[in-house]
Design a protein around this ligand. Structure first.
Ligand code: SF4
Length: 322
């Protein structure tokens, strides 16, 4: 990939990984992948050098679907823990490796399976919809999963008026606005990265780039979403920017998306809505850690059978809705 996002990463204070000079990591990774019958899946928020060598790039659900249908024996999941867990739930017979063991998600970590159980007790009879950005344990206690692109459809598909929505309150608020007939009980979790964007950032960008379209992820706060020209999931933002007639876009989601867009639409101009739109956990995976994951078969993701079965039910139910 000849267009990168290093300027945005540097502005955010992000330090690039130091790669040893005596080894060609890309060549070694390619050789090991062949040797071990492994596939490399990368989320859109991964570093450019990882998106460059990935077999498939996508959002968390697209990647899990890929994981489920691949013939590979080993899946190296370049993303964060809940995503690798989802891949393991959908592909229990495959080895799923997360190269950066500590790549977690602060949003997913705001809630446990016990929290979901107690919410259910509190709001007796109400179904629980959990955003895919949650642990296997939370999915297992939920009735149905959703992603940011299908959350509205999933909630609308439930016959109940009152619905518990976990863990992202901003996404929940967005869904609630689109479905005024529903009463959503929201868990107050937030993505720390998307929550950095404030309405003033949009106002300033509008002043600077009056012709630009401003695209925001629903994990941003409601006042930001309100001011955006388009609101959508990571994949929807990419598709919108690629297909729109506009030439200038302000991207209100993680910086990794710029990498993709600047390659697919080099004639257009893309700017980040806020310099802090860098997920530190997504940037923990590097070429070195992928190489080590393949050499040492690390770090293997395990999900207890009982939890996996229940979590799979919530994911499958979502897949039937959309
Ligand atoms: S961008 Fe936000 S929701 Fe996504 S992995 Fe990072 S912290 Fe979690």
């Amino acid at each position: 990939m000849n267009i990168n996002i290093n300027n945005e990463l540097l502005k955010s204070g992000f330090v690039q990984e130091k790669i040893p000079e005596n080894i060609n990591l890309v060549e070694e990774i390619t050789r090991l992948k062949r040797e071990k019958n492994a596939i490399l899946l990368a989320h859109y928020y991964q570093k450019p050098e990882i998106q460059d060598i990935a077999d498939f790039i996508g959002d968390s659900l697209e990647l899990s679907r890929q994981a489920a249908k691949t013939d590979a024996a080993v899946i190296v999941f370049c993303g964060v823990h809940f995503m690798a867990e989802t891949a393991k739930i959908l592909s229990p017979d495959k080895v799923v490796l997360l190269p950066a063991m500590d790549a977690g998600c602060p949003l997913a970590d705001t809630i446990t399976g016990d929290d979901v159980k107690s919410l259910k007790r509190q709001h007796h009879g109400s179904p629980v919809v959990c955003y895919i950005n949650s642990s296997a344990e939370v999915k297992a206690e939920s009735d149905v999963c959703c992603t940011s692109s299908n959350a509205i459809k999933v909630v609308a598909s439930l016959p109940d008026r009152k619905v518990i929505f976990v863990p992202d309150a901003n996404l929940g608020n967005y869904v609630a606005k689109q479905l005024p007939d529903k009463e959503l009980i929201l868990w107050q979790g937030r993505c720390v990265t998307h929550a950095k964007v404030k309405p003033n950032d949009i106002l300033q960008m509008r002043e600077k780039y009056s012709e630009a379209k401003i695209l925001a992820h629903p994990e941003c706060e409601p006042a930001v979403v309100e001011l955006a020209d388009f609101v959508g999931s990571t994949s929807e933002i990419i598709r919108y920017a690629e297909n729109s007639d506009a030439q200038v876009f302000i991207i209100g989601t993680e910086v990794g998306v710029l990498c993709n867009l600047r390659v697919s639409r080099p004639e257009k101009h893309f700017f980040l809505l806020h310099p802090g739109l860098v997920c530190p956990n997504m940037k923990k995976t590097g070429l070195q850690s992928i190489y080590e994951a393949l050499v040492n078969n690390q770090y293997q993701i395990h999900v207890a059978e009982e939890v996996a079965e229940k979590a799979q039910h919530a994911i499958t139910r979502m897949l039937k809705v959309v």
